[in-house]
Design a binder for this molecule. Structure first.
Ligand code: GAF
Length: 385
């Protein structure tokens, strides 16, 4: 560890002792993510290409043998929340603790004999910014509990699936598996090409710096109230479109067969959803091919086309995200798009490194409440000590 990492580790350990009165057995970290391309495709059995942020959620952990789960976040003001492991049940846990409680519940449902634990969290992942702070919280919990309890037969992808299913079942959010997979499986310096059908993965080298490029995430700091219901509504619409076409998922509509599929659908809403998913899968393939060919600069227009499709066809953007994208492009960015589920949250902007100040100044002037940070592909979940 570097000196500052050692100091930081000692401070985190001391904080755990201050909360729980004993030493932790170890500490883990899991990152948030941005999605480079491939939005609202994961629950359509499709393609996505996220990368991990340098921002992480950390957990210091010690096992308990009295059946209690005690959770404390250094970033929240609700003190230590104590739950009886035996009483955990879907839909019964309010607030942020439902995410780690869901993970422990799912691990036990899967037959892993994991009792209680003390967990202290802190996080640099912006909460509510659409950067997967909840996936980071789930994954760091799952990794810490499985490693501490010597559970060896669970791959990183399995961990991500378990976290997703815990969110679907226990929290009640019908999310896909991209965010948890990114947090669990990404590696430093790479985007993760993810084919959700069959869960194929490939680490794709992405060195923006070497190409003279930079990427920023711009958090609009808005989350529109209807976001959760609208996500489920889009997902249900995609499933209805696939059913109307007699297909298992919209993934099964080939790009070359899009016009025929659109002609066969009964209404414009299903046509728009289908067009987005089919063209977005193609954009993931295009971005992958450009990255593989070392032509990263050229992905900009593909990212922007993705935003237009999310805005006009899938209709999950919002005025604040559109302002960020339009302003960044007008100021000379190579490409820009909303990232994540939408209805607020964050956008990503690809730009020449030398244009960083000009573009971010323009965005800050157009949307003063926003905050931005420079990002590059970073490491996935890991044990710290
Ligand atoms: C959210 C979900 F959690 C993901 O599974 C994914 O569907 C994304 O929205 C949209 O691409 O982040």
């Amino acid at each position: 560890m570097t000196d500052s990492a050692t100091t930081d580790a000692a401070a985190f350990e001391a904080a755990f002792k201050g909360v729980f009165g004993r030493a932790p057995e170890g500490a883990w970290a899991a990152p948030g993510r941005v999605n480079l391309i491939g939005e609202h495709t994961d629950y359509n059995d499709g393609l996505a290409m996220p990368f991990a942020l340098p921002h992480v959620t950390r957990a210091a952990v010690a096992r308990r043998d009295d059946g209690l789960l005690r959770l404390h976040s250094a970033d929240m003001d609700d003190g230590t929340v104590e739950l009886a492991v035996a009483d955990l049940a879907p839909g019964t846990t309010p607030g942020w603790v439902r995410y780690p409680a869901a993970v422990l519940w799912s691990l036990r449902q899967a037959g892993h004999d994991i009792g209680g634990a003390d967990l202290l969290y802190d996080s640099t992942v912006p909460v509510g910014g659409g950067l997967s702070s909840s996936a980071a919280l789930q994954v760091v919990t799952a990794l810490a509990l499985t490693e501490l309890h010597g559970v060896r037969d669970v791959s990183r992808q399995d961990l991500a699936l378990l976290c997703q299913s815990s969110e679907n079942t226990y929290v009640g959010a019908p999310v896909g598996v991209m965010d948890q997979t990114a947090s669990a499986c990404c590696t430093d310096g790479h985007a993760l090409y993810l084919d959700v059908r069959g869960l194929g993965q490939r680490q794709v080298p992405l060195d923006l710096d070497a190409a003279g490029l930079a990427m920023v995430a711009v958090d609009t700091r808005v989350k529109h109230a209807h976001a959760d219901g609208a996500y489920g509504e889009r997902r249900a619409g995609c499933e209805a479109a696939a059913a109307a076409l007699g297909l298992p998922a919209l993934r099964d509509v080939p790009f070359d067969g899009l016009a025929d599929a659109l002609a066969a659908l009964p209404d414009d809403r299903l046509r728009r959803l289908t067009r987005h998913v089919v063209t977005e899968n193609r954009r993931v393939e295009d971005v992958l091919a450009l990255c593989d060919a070392g032509r990263v600069r050229e992905i900009g227009p593909v990212l922007t086309a993705g935003h237009v499709s999310l805005r006009d066809d899938f209709q999950v953007s919002c005025p604040e995200l559109d302002v960020v994208v339009d302003t960044a492009l007008a100021a000379g960015a190579l490409g820009a798009r909303m990232t994540g589920g939408g209805f607020g949250g964050s956008a990503i902007v690809l730009l020449e490194a030398g244009d960083l100040d000009r573009v971010t100044d323009a965005v800050a002037a157009a949307l003063p409440q926003s905050r931005h940070f420079t990002i590059s592909p970073s490491a996935g979940a890991r044990r710290l000590w």
